[in-house]
Design a protein around this ligand. Sequence first.
Ligand SMILES: NC(=O)C1=CN([C@@H]2O[C@H](COP(=O)(O)OP(=O)(O)OC[C@H]3O[C@@H](n4cnc5c(N)ncnc54)[C@H](O)[C@@H]3O)[C@@H](O)[C@H]2O)C=CC1
Ligand SMILES: O=C(O)[C@H]1O[C@H](OP(=O)(O)OP(=O)(O)OC[C@H]2O[C@@H](n3ccc(=O)[nH]c3=O)[C@H](O)[C@@H]2O)[C@H](O)[C@@H](O)[C@@H]1O
Length: 481
Amino acid sequence: MVKICCIGAGYVGGPTMAVIALKCPAIEVVVVDISEQRIAGWNSERLPIYEPGLDDVVRQCRGRNLFFSTEVHRHVGDADIVFVSVNTPTKTCGLGAGKAADLTYWESAARMIADVSRSDKIVVEKSTVPVKTAEAIEKILVHNSRGVRYQILSNPEFLAEGTAIQDLFAPDRVLIGGRETPEGRAAVKALKDVYAQWVPEERIITTNLWSAELSKLAANAFLAQRISSVNAISALCEATGADVTQVAHSVGKDARIGPRFLSASVGFGGSCFQKDILNLVYICECYGLPEVAGYWREVIRINDYQKSRFVNRVVSSMFNTVAGKKVAVLGFAFKKDTGDTRETPAIDVCKGLLGDKAVVSIYDPQVTGEQVSRDLAMNKFDWDHPRHLQPLSDSDLAKQVGMAADAYEAARDAHAVCILTEWDEFRSLDYKRMFDAMHKPAFIFDGRNVVDVAKLREIGFVVYSIGKPLDDWLKDMPAVA
Ligand SMILES: NC(=O)C1=CN([C@@H]2O[C@H](COP(=O)(O)OP(=O)(O)OC[C@H]3O[C@@H](n4cnc5c(N)ncnc54)[C@H](O)[C@@H]3O)[C@@H](O)[C@H]2O)C=CC1
Ligand SMILES: O=C(O)[C@H]1O[C@H](OP(=O)(O)OP(=O)(O)OC[C@H]2O[C@@H](n3ccc(=O)[nH]c3=O)[C@H](O)[C@@H]2O)[C@H](O)[C@@H](O)[C@@H]1O
């Protein structure tokens, strides 16, 4: 029986390994992690991450050929194929701080593999890493090999949260990069055989190592660039009276452009887009390509601009002050159908509102108050370290931030509602009921274009919706102070 061990039981390691176990009953899959809490979660009825369809997959194979364990050394030692799916955060200090990927967790995993291995192994980079990481890992393994032979593969993951199971069941492509040597090709084939159990052959792409590593960073950069493009246009729509939904629809009808990933928003979030672009920027700088670095940096600048533009709209619309005013925040996760809050635009928007002394009442169907306090107290990039290494929350925040059990409670006695995640339930709320319970004038700032603007205006709200023609109320207010 082929044995797979995955180091890192996170948003990638957990779902990807569960799907491999489901689709390959003849393979034993063990997911290991240093976090006891996370492993206990994976072994419980309440999984540590919320992902539609995941419970079902785990239920079918946990205890059969899928196991979650903290016995990292034993299972890595026993495995034929070791996936590494640990955090690769942005460095916060030292060389490349604020841009370069911090490979501390990756390196310690590689050293541990070298320490405990007694048999030959294929080591698979599942984490998103800078180009040429495979070479560094290879050096660590080879210099500590004691006769064990290693093949390093790059097999970046393209799943999106909220649709992870769907994406893993029917991926657009699986990418495997390896050395162009007989041993390298054999390792690529071994991994290809795993995916071929359910992914059609023509969707499994094989490349050299560096192409695979770079393709992952490039794919995320292209995706994020589309959002910054449509968000940049959204600002121009507001200035001119065009409607960004209509513009995106018209642009996306061009088959060369395509309709997906063109929704204007308060900004993109998630654990990877910003981190991976910063990483790309750093690599370009290191290779003496400042123009290329500058080009990609703009994608993040526009994203930051979009978030601050939103906060400024809120504050300037409400007579230039939100001090002491209750603002309801609907949605804190970085997108719908996930409880993940890493790099969510809601953090920057809430921090902006709190900076202006607003009292914020947050409702999100999947995010806990504890998580919100942690996020609002954290410094940039702290969130992407394993949880036990993250700083604890700041209790002062408690005075200004509260959690609500539902959207109506959040909006009660509020001056404004900000919609920051596109949860389906926000499309069908009883907005009249909310309006009746709010201070007047009552404002709605829709950062996800989920509400029916005309209907809400009929109810009496002053409405701002990203990239839509402006309410008369807002026309003379400065968008960016
Ligand atoms: N979240 C996503 O949707 C995607 C993430 N990625 C990439 O996958 C990688 C992992 O991301 P996530 O799963 O989201 O992170 P995560 O933070 O959810 O999971 C990483 C896990 O690794 C564990 N870990 C760290 N060092 C360890 C060690 N030495 N030994 C054992 N366990 C260790 C941590 O405790 C944590 O549970 C990152 O490089 C990310 O860029 C790629 C595609 C999608
Ligand atoms: O490397 C990763 O981590 C993953 O990053 C993204 O996946 P994810 O961040 O989970 O979710 P997306 O659906 O890409 O959304 C990212 C952010 O962009 C925003 N977004 C997305 C699409 C859109 O049209 N507009 C928009 O603002 C979302 O609301 C969210 O905040 C990519 O889509 C995955 O292919 C990739 O594997």
